[in-house]
Design a binder for this molecule. Structure first.
Ligand code: BEZ
Length: 241
């Protein structure tokens, strides 16, 4: 009887584990919540995520495959702006399901393309070799269906290891790296000043404050006569930083 009970409990645990695992695979990209941790090999050695990046912002940049045209232009564009991301205390980490040797050869090839036809650049961020799909599954970055390659995804993770934004681009369209930088600065501005940013906002421009909860709160704001505030409607207020 005891043995039967033991087998029943183990079977239930295995069933539950498989369901959780299946859910993780099917859930699609993680767009918010705690960033899952992982240990993985990369072109810059083993990565212990997020512990190796204490106090930093992190951007995970997934791509379908090495030695493909769109991905190549994206990694080179990212490398051209890598110092801007360093200045913003942000680590760039590239993921695909291709292997380490492929990544290393591809980096060499991309650096020689840059040396011959653009500004010479050294790719100074790691490419993760997610050959067992572990990281891609954790973050829901695998393409749906039988393909075992990644989508074109961008995951923004803050210094507290919370996922703050997620972008998904089609396989045929290269990402806009200045837009990724702009979003990062907007997130950092939001955290620093407790504000929002309007459409097409660029660093240095007016931001938005949270909407007053009532017309009475809006009247109180108006009575402050704060020269840094500008009212467009009772619920829409701009602020100069
Ligand atoms: C590319 O990066 O060029 C690419 C990757 C996968 C499918 C199609 C294009």
């Amino acid at each position: 009887m005891k043995t039967l009970l033991f087998i029943l409990v183990i079977s239930l645990l295995v069933l539950q584990h498989n369901q959780v695992h299946a859910q993780k695979i099917q859930n699609g990209p993680l767009t918010s919540g705690r960033a899952p941790s992982f240990t993985v090999v990369s072109t810059q050695g083993e990565i212990n995520f997020p512990y190796d990046y204490f106090g930093k912002w992190k951007i995970l940049f997934s791509h379908p495959a090495d030695f493909t045209p769109v991905c190549t232009t994206e990694i080179l564009a990212l490398a051209e702006m890598q110092d801007d991301f360093k200045d913003l205390k942000t680590a760039l980490i590239v993921i695909s399901t291709d292997g380490l040797n492929s990544h290393i050869e591809w980096i060499k090839s991309m650096e020689s393309i840059a040396a011959e036809s653009m500004n010479p650049v050294k790719i100074d961020f790691p490419l993760i070799a997610d050959t067992d799909l572990k990281v891609s599954r954790l973050y829901g970055l695998l393409q749906p269906g039988p393909s075992e390659r990644d989508i074109r995804g961008v995951v923004f993770i803050d210094p507290d290891n919370e996922i703050r934004a997620f972008f998904h681009y089609p396989e045929s369209i290269g990402r806009n790296i200045p837009e990724i930088k702009r979003t990062l600065i907007a997130l950092q501005t939001q955290d620093r000043h407790d504000v929002l940013t309007p459409a097409n906002w660029q660093p240095g421009e007016e931001v938005l404050i949270k909407s007053p909860e009532s017309i009475r709160d809006a009247e109180r704001l108006e009575q402050r006569n704060d020269p840094k505030l500008r009212k467009a409607a009772w619920y829409l207020w701009y602020r100069t930083l």
